[in-house]
Design a protein around this ligand. Structure first.
Ligand code: NAP
Length: 336
């Protein structure tokens, strides 16, 4: 049942990736009694999970302190454990709407269960979600388990893709990571890239290209996903129609799985009705090399405000900054 909260939280943190949990650890240790809204798992149309993108990552090998690497979900569990140890309250809901005040009164946040809560300081750390090509045929198959996915790490090991020819769209590090992962299960992995040069780092390129069952189809875009019914009558991808970006020639590639890895967009939909300022790419605009936004008492951290670095370690650093900025701001306003 919908409830109105009577108390005003000092700090509410929205989102539970590396930035959110790090902000919580710092805020909790500063006795700010933070409340983290971790979000709820949903299809959007791809998977959106509490814990953020690391929940869809196998091994994190570049976060200092884990010389042997650590699984993304395990890392997020440890972050949460650390935040809880210092008194963080964790709520398994989304914040669906924000009403930010401009007169110094507390900010009002609406939750997915219909509650309304209030906070002096808000830290937005909702991260970013996977992009899609934008084809009707792609979305239809993605929504119905038809063999189209934006996360090879989540779906690539499914029986339907084992020993089959699958394809990955994209030319960045994500595409290479996903494609390399898939070479373990699929008989062949074709990367479909729209240019004649990969954007991915050399080391990631080589890791993929050195696999026996790897290939890159250069200068190609996917213009349609074709499907046919399986034994149960459910539509599954059977091929993609490709268009050559240089010659315009069209062709067909028979595949049993398509993985889209063409970047991410910041998760800011729930902020669109606010006065918050965004940059031209839709990421939250930060002021003065800090975590401050254009609204007093509203801070942002991690991929939702960072189109450039987008790493777990940089997101964590930004979470730390946001908690310190919030603490100083609350102190300056006499709210703690
Ligand atoms: P990204 O670097 O932005 O690459 C996106 C790729 O998708 C590009 O090759 C782009 O083509 C292609 N693309 C974009 N829109 C497309 C469309 N509509 N149709 C077809 N292709 C399209 O994104 P990312 O690979 O997700 O990486 C994001 C950041 O995370 C990067 O900084 C990356 O280094 C980092 N990352 C690191 C690791 C790691 O080190 N383990 C793993 C994953 C990601 P163009 O090249 O033609 O623009």
């Amino acid at each position: 049942m919908a409830q109105e909260s009577t108390s005003v939280h000092k700090v509410v943190i929205i989102g539970s990736g590396p930035s959110g949990w790090t902000a919580a650890i710092y805020a909790a240790r500063a006795n700010l009694e933070p409340v983290v809204y971790v979000g709820v798992a949903k299809q959007d149309p791809g998977p959106v999970l509490p814990g953020g993108q690391l929940m869809l990552t196998t091994d994190v090998e570049n976060y200092p302190g884990f010389p042997e690497g650590i699984a993304g979900p395990e890392m997020m569990m440890k972050f949460e454990e650390q935040a809880r140890r210092f008194g963080t309250t964790v709520v398994g809901e989304d914040i669906t709407k924000c009403e930010f005040s401009s007169d110094g009164s507390p900010h009002t946040l609406h939750t997915s269960s219909g509650d309304t809560i209030q906070a002096h300081a808000v830290i937005i750390s909702t991260g970013a979600t996977a992009n899609w090509i934008g084809l009707d045929s792609e979305m239809k198959l993605a929504m119905t388990g038809g063999g189209v996915s934006a996360c090879a790490v989540c779906d690539g090991a499914l029986p339907m893709f084992r020993d089959q020819h699958v394809a990955v769209v994209g030319g960045g590090d994500s595409a290479m990571e996903e494609a390399t992962f898939l070479t373990k299960f699929a008989s062949k992995v074709s990367v479909i890239h729209r240019r004649d040069e990969l954007r991915a780092s050399k080391v990631m390129q080589e890791r993929f290209l050195n696999k026996e069952n790897a290939e890159v189809l250069w200068n190609k875009t996917v213009i349609e996903c074709l499907s046919e019914p399986d034994q149960m009558g459910n539509e599954k991808i059977s091929a993609v129609r490709l268009k050559d970006t240089v010659t315009g020639e069209e062709s067909e590639l028979a595949i049993k799985g398509l993985f889209v890895a063409i970047g991410h967009s910041p998760a800011t939909k729930f902020l669109q009705d606010t006065a918050l300022e965004f940059d031209s790419a839709g990421y939250i605009d930060l002021k003065d090399r800090s975590s401050k936004t254009n609204i007093e008492g509203v801070f942002a951290a991690g991929d939702v405000a960072d189109a450039k670095y987008r790493q777990a370690i940089t997101a964590s650093g930004m979470g730390c900054q946001a908690a310190l900025d919030a603490e100083h701001w609350l102190g300056d306003k006499g709210l703690i």
